[in-house]
Design a protein around this ligand. Structure first.
Ligand code: UDP
Ligand code: MG
Length: 319
């Protein structure tokens, strides 16, 4: 809905899961920036914020309804149950992009520097369909999170998955980029892998990531590992190929072992073979289990994909 003077309508999409402690701060910050950007004619009057309540059990939704009643620029989408950050964000993009020229996805906790959206909009005006927010450093993260995250980015890069280094989900996308994203039917969402594969003209803007402004992280280690695992197995079949190479290597080793065992028997020292026998039983048994487990993981993915279940269920909309 570009207005006559080409000012774009911006939609800011924010997934929220039990964010009662920080939501008011986020609303105030966005209110201030919206006023500023509208005054500078960077965004159109009908620009909006869309909060996606990802099945919160606290009063996040009540807060969203309250602000919506006061200020219709704040909209809400309530999902019937918790589907996780990636799916909630996807729901917001699907619902929000139809009435916007570009959308920015960000977290509810103000870790992403909101003022940077101004630079996103400038890059968008220059003709970029995707603008990635890239973290300057990871000083605001704990040592553990920093090391594991960077290790993960290197690992996934080595696996051949194209991602943007130090970029989480703080990004601007044009309407047509989101339309293309919506055409992806996969259920195991790893947006950081899918978005670069869309192929639109893209650029990066660096920013400093702050500490969470209030409340606690909704991404415990369990969810971080699940996301990393989805990233690997949804995008790369290299683990299966590595397994194949490993099994070839094992074949060569076992041929050597057979030769050794026969030689031992010839020498009349078969009693000594007990150790090596036990070792091979354990090692090959373990390897087989690993292989079955890994293949099972991919079959599990196929199983989820073929069901074509809806990614999320919308319970209420405030627009
Ligand atoms: N989030 C969500 N559903 C979930 C977990 C998280 O919508 O199941 C949202 C959360 O409300 C926040 C964003 O995802 O807006 C990122 O979460 P968080 O800031 O807790 O992660 P961290 O920054 O600690 O990695
Ligand atoms: Mg956060």
């Amino acid at each position: 809905m570009t207005t006559k003077d080409n000012t774009p309508t911006l939609g800011v999409i924010i997934p929220c899961y039990n964010e009662k402690d920080v939501l008011q701060l986020t609303i105030e910050a966005l209110c201030r920036f919206f006023e500023e950007w509208q005054a500078k004619k960077l965004i159109a009057k009908d620009s909006f914020v869309l909060f996606v309540d990802d099945g919160s059990s606290d009063d996040t939704w009540e807060q969203i309804e309250r602000v919506h009643a006061q200020d219709s620029r704040f909209r809400g989408l309530k999902l019937a149950h918790n589907v996780g950050h990636q799916n909630a964000l996807f729901a917001g993009l699907v619902e929000g992009h139809t009435v916007a020229d570009c959308v920015v996805s960000m977290d509810a906790d103000l870790q992403d520097d909101v003022s940077v959206i101004e630079q996103f909009l400038a890059r968008f005006a220059e003709g970029n369909d995707i603008v990635y927010g890239v973290r300057e450093d990871r000083q605001s993260d704990s040592w553990f999170k920093r090391t594991t995250a960077q290790g993960f980015y290197r690992f996934i890069d080595w696996l051949g998955v194209e991602t943007v280094y130090n970029h989480a989900d703080y990004r601007l996308m044009s309407k047509r980029a989101v339309e293309t994203l919506c055409a992806h039917p996969e259920r195991n969402l790893f947006l950081r892998g899918i978005v670069p594969s869309l192929g639109f003209q893209a650029t990066e803007v660096t920013y400093t990531r702050h500490e969470r402004q209030a409340g606690e992280s909704k991404y415990p280690l369990r969810k971080m590992i699940a996301l990393a695992w989805d990233g690997v197995t949804s995008f790369s079949v290299r683990p299966i190929k590595l397994l194949f190479l490993l099994s070839l290597f094992m074949l060569i080793v076992s041929v050597g072992f057979v030769g050794y065992a026969l030689y031992q028997r010839y020498e009349g020292e078969t009693m000594d073979g007990w150790t090596s026998l036990m070792m091979s039983i354990w090692f090959i048994g373990g390897l087989q289990l690993f292989g079955i487990g890994l293949i099972g993981e991919y079959i599990g993915k196929i199983y989820q994909e073929v069901k074509r279940r809806p990614r999320y269920v919308v319970e209420k909309i405030r627009e």
